[in-house]
Design a protein around this ligand. Structure first.
Ligand SMILES: [Zn+2]
Length: 552
């Protein structure tokens, strides 16, 4: 049993331990041999000393030889032992060195493996991140292309997708490009000579205040009733026109404008106004976006402001004096509608605002008269007196912010003359004085424009072509850079004149008078028939009948 146990223990020894044991045993044996050696040498010497003089020479010599031989063999044995020990020690050192080298390589290999794994992992992660980024970019481009296609910019959508990497191998991109190419091929070029142009004045937010006969004179109410539109009417018209397939375009979408070498421009019909078969283009403008003093207290907005999102909104003060900011007029209301229905406008088109300057713009008192205090009208003087903190520069700065935000949302500005002039029969002299005022007090805020929308629905000529050689007023406006002209003509659904030098459109007033005439059958034709249901739209809060006798 004891033996077995020992064997067992022995068996458990590691090679290094076993080697160490062997080395220790060898050392023990060597020490033992040394001791034996010394003992023998001592005995020999003693016996030699003890025998001197007593033994014969031959015997003594033989004894000495024997001793010498024994010493030699002892030395040899010692030397052999030393050599054995040395060999074993060297062996042990060699084994230890080999082990060290092996351990070094194993550890080194392990560390190297880990570094390699980490590098691989990092590389894989980078590859995944790059793939995800590419996928996100592809998704973003597809979403962006969809937005372009919705507003009928199929060329833009296809070009955007084709600008993506792998556009010809990635299935999503291939499918989207194929879809837009097919949709584009189904579009038809619209006849730009039959495009209607509708317009509004500022919307009546509170008809009870606008038509309050206890406050306003009969002709004032008659004017509001004839030329204005209520918020509710506007909303119904906008929705119904959208439902009936009407798509807002810019007046300049009617034509292709070519810049000539001498700086002049020439126009030709746009043969490439592409829309689906069931969609019809129309142009929209708003007149007198000024919140004149005469609007005060009649349930209109106070002024335009730019909200925290950079959007144009309208400040409105209700009958109880509560002030709020919202979509209280055509511009922000149409913008909000078209943000929700982007396919209601061609390539992001918005309307045009025809501006006068005599009471300022957008409800800001920016005319120079408010600054100088000269030639003030009665209402202007009263307004200045009621606003002692008035700061003209600040007013212009605020109005400029509104103009910039309106343009950023797609709107354009047009001249409506500074003084809301009736251009008919006016001399070039009178018109140029007015025009200079407009350039100085309106264009400085809105920027320059190539469009003039005549006030009072007037025009500077008949339906015949403008001719600069015989029409000096046209020649004057043309020299001032005006290429787009508009009057009012509600007798037809459209009236378009595209000539080399200019573009002219008749506009339909979407107001109480035209709706009443259509509704009451007073008009020869219901010009709104294809746009909306006038019986549904006409605001029942209006006094009736509506007549053109009031003042605008
Ligand atoms: Zn006007």
């Amino acid at each position: 049993m004891e033996e077995k146990k020992r064997k067992k223990r022995k068996r458990r020894l590691t090679p290094e331990e076993a080697e160490r044991r062997r080395a220790a045993r060898a050392a023990r044996e060597l020490r033992q041999a040394d001791r034996e050696n010394q003992q023998i040498t001592g005995e020999v010497r003693q016996s030699v000393r003890g025998s001197q003089g007593e033994v014969p020479d031959e015997q003594r010599e033989a004894e000495e030889r024997r001793i010498k031989n024994k010493e030699r063999s002892v030395r040899r044995a010692r030397k052999e032992k030393h050599q054995q020990i040395l060999i074993r020690a060297l062996g042990l050192v060699a084994v230890l060195m080999v082990l060290t080298v092996i351990i070094f390589f194993v550890v080194n290999d392990h560390v190297h493996d880990r570094q390699e794994q980490e590098a691989y992992k990092a590389q894989k992660e980078a590859e995944i991140a790059a793939e995800e980024a590419a996928l996100a970019a592809r998704r973003a481009s597809i979403a962006e292309a969809e937005k372009l296609a919705v507003i009928y910019d199929y060329d833009g959508a296809i070009a955007l997708l084709q600008s993506q990497e792998n556009y010809d191998t990635d299935n999503d991109l291939i499918n989207a490009i194929a879809q837009y190419t097919a949709e584009k091929s189904a579009l038809e070029a619209k006849d730009v000579t039959t495009v209607p142009h509708i317009f509004y004045h500022s919307l009546i937010v509170d008809p009870a205040r606008a038509f309050d006969s206890s406050k306003w004179a009969a002709d004032e109410i008659a004017g509001i009733n004839a030329w204005m539109t209520t918020v509710e009417e506007f909303d119904k018209i906008t929705q119904q026109m959208y439902d009936n397939g009407w798509v807002l375009i810019r007046m300049r979408d009617l034509v292709v404008e070519t810049k000539n070498e001498d700086g002049t421009v020439t126009f030709s019909q746009n043969k490439n106004l592409l829309l689906p078969a069931d969609k019809h283009p129309f142009v929209l403008s708003i007149d007198d976006w000024s919140y004149y003093h005469s609007y005060d207290g009649k349930g209109y907005g106070d002024k335009a402001v730019v909200d925290e999102n950079g959007k144009v909104k309208i400040q409105y003060t209700d009958a109880d004096g509560n002030v709020s900011v919202g979509d209280y007029d055509v511009l922000p209301r149409l913008n909000t509608f078209l943000e929700a229905h982007p396919d209601g406008a061609y390539k992001g088109a918005r309307g045009m605002a025809a501006m006068t300057g005599y009471n300022g713009v957008f409800g800001y008192r920016t005319d120079v008269a408010y600054k100088t205090g000269e030639r003030l009208g009665k209402d202007q003087a009263a307004w200045l007196e009621a606003h002692p903190d008035f700061d003209w520069d600040k007013e212009v700065a605020e109005a400029t912010k509104v103009a910039e935000a309106a343009k950023a949302s797609g709107w354009e500005f047009a001249c409506h003359t500074w003084g809301h002039l009736s251009v008919t029969g006016k001399s070039v002299d009178t018109l140029s004085t007015d025009q200079q005022k407009w350039q100085n007090t309106v264009a400085n805020i809105t920027g320059k424009t190539d469009t003039i929308i005549f006030a009072h629905g007037n025009d500077i000529g008949t339906w015949r072509d403008y001719d600069a050689s015989t029409n000096d007023v046209y020649a004057y406006f043309k020299s001032m850079g005006y290429n787009f002209y508009a009057n009012v003509d509600a007798s037809n659904q459209y009236w378009v004149q595209i000539r080399k030098d200019y573009v002219r459109q008749g506009r339909i007033d979407c107001d109480g008078l035209q709706m009443w005439r259509a509704k009451a059958g007073e008009a020869k034709t219901n010009v709104f028939e294809e746009f909306f249901d006038v019986n549904d739209v006409f605001d029942s809060r209006r006094p009736t009948p509506v007549s053109a006798t009031g003042k605008a």
